[in-house]
Design a protein. Structure first.
Length: 108
């Protein structure tokens, strides 16, 4: 029984070793007929950009304007909310001052 499990372990180990050995292997570079370019036709040297063709053409102007508009509306809404609360607080303070003035100075 023990010999059988040993054989299974060795077999599984060999299968795993064979599978993992192929997974890390890199493909061999293809040379052109002259044998000059190991990158397979791709140059590894710096090449200047393509100018107009390399520029991104993303229609972001409208999206940026909408984002700024939303931010300004949110800030404006917050300022209006705070101003409304301050005005309400001012009215409450006036009413309290009037109530204190009607009560008189001698009342506790």
């Amino acid at each position: 029984m023990r010999a059988r499990s040993l054989h299974k372990g060795v077999f599984v180990g060999l299968v795993v070793a064979l599978l993992t050995a192929g997974a890390g292997a890199q493909p061999t570079p293809r040379n052109d007929p002259a044998g000059n370019d190991p990158a397979g036709g791709r140059s590894m040297a710096f090449e200047p950009g393509l100018g107009e063709a390399a520029q991104e053409r993303v229609p972001g102007g409208r999206l940026v304007a909408m984002a700024y508009g939303f931010a300004l509306l949110a800030i404006g809404g917050y300022v209006a909310f705070v101003a409304r609360g301050a005005a309400k607080l001012e009215v409450d303070v006036r009413e309290l001052e009037d109530a204190l003035a009607r009560r008189g100075d001698g009342a506790p």
